[in-house]
Design a protein around this ligand. Structure first.
Ligand code: AMP
Length: 278
């Protein structure tokens, strides 16, 4: 496995090896089985797989969150080597941003709901770094996790609006046995908080059950708010019930369309997000 830290090095390598197909998995490191599922899918579908590890400062609207984001490059490289990844791209912030980009990307409606609303500027940072990485790696296919459902919508727009010549592949969320979605941030939870963390998954299952029983989203949201009040370890940011395709809030379940329950909550000073599609 090759590890590159500069754009010139990785581009020269890719140019001189000219693989027929390149699969690309962008990550912020602190890898877990969710990331590895993306890597394995890419390995199965492409001649060469590139994983980027870059904690992108421009997508953090909270400095403390950026500082505390786990960084475990050495361990990540071992995991990637064992998984059979071909190339790791782990640039510094200076390498990616010799000067801060003046370009701003506005994803319209997606900026005003959920992650867009609670993390102003987040998707601008995501859009620019992903576009830069696409231009550097020039992948045939890029792999993203359903866990970040709104990010998937944003990247879809980016690919369409800027005519990137690649296919986006979206992979299911990988969960711990108790339902908690795997996340790099989970390792920041105290053992006690980790015990509570499964309740985020439970709150989505409760919501699904009530919706299937015919309750309106208004009633369901109120019942779920009560559930979070009974579990004051959590500071709920949002609990949305939306159409899966448009991510717009819905009032009632439409049996002909897929529904997404999407949650963001703080637990033990750690911000966790998850979603459940049915
Ligand atoms: P991150 O390192 O958190 O930026 O995530 C890198 C990629 O892995 C993104 O496309 C995420 O959606 C995806 N990902 C993160 N956690 C999971 C998970 N539990 N299951 C599947 N994909 C995930």
């Amino acid at each position: 496995m090759k590890v590159f830290t500069t754009i010139v090095e990785i581009q020269n390598y890719l140019k001189s090896n000219h693989p027929k197909t390149v699969g690309f998995v962008p990550t912020m490191g602190a890898l877990h089985e969710g990331h590895i599922a993306l890597i394995m899918k890419s390995i199965a579908e492409n001649e060469l797989t590139v994983c980027s590890i870059f904690v992108n400062p421009t997508q953090f609207n909270n400095l403390d969150d950026l500082k505390k984001y786990p960084r475990t490059l050495e361990q990540d490289c071992e995991i990637l080597q064992d998984a059979g990844c071909d190339v790791v791209f782990a640039p510094s912030a200076e390498e990616m941003y010799p000067t801060l980009p003046s370009l701003k990307i506005d994803f319209g409606y997606l900026e005003h709901i959920m992650e867009g609303k609670f993390r102003p500027g987040h998707f601008n940072g995501v859009g620019i770094v992903v576009a830069k990485l696409f231009n550097i790696v020039k992948p045939t296919k890029a792999y993203f996790g359903q866990k970040d459902v709104q990010q998937v919508a944003v990247i879809n727009r980016l690919i369409t609006d800027l005519s990137f010549d690649l296919k986006m592949v979206v992979c299911d969320t990988i969960r711990e046995k108790d339902g908690l979605a795997m996340s790099s941030r989970n390792r920041r939870l105290s053992p006690e908080a980790r015990g509570h963390a499964t309740k985020i998954f439970q709150s989505m299952i409760i919501g699904q059950k009530l919706l299937l029983e015919g309750y309106s989203t208004f009633v369901v949201k109120n019942k779920v708010l009560d559930f979070y009040k009974e579990n004051p370890q959590f500071k709920l940011e949002y609990y949305e019930i939306a159409d899966f395709e448009t991510l717009e809030s819905i009032d009632e379940l439409n049996p002909k369309r897929r529904t997404a329950i999407i949650v963001a909550a703080h637990l033990d000073g750690v911000r966790l997000i998850d979603n459940y599609i049915f």
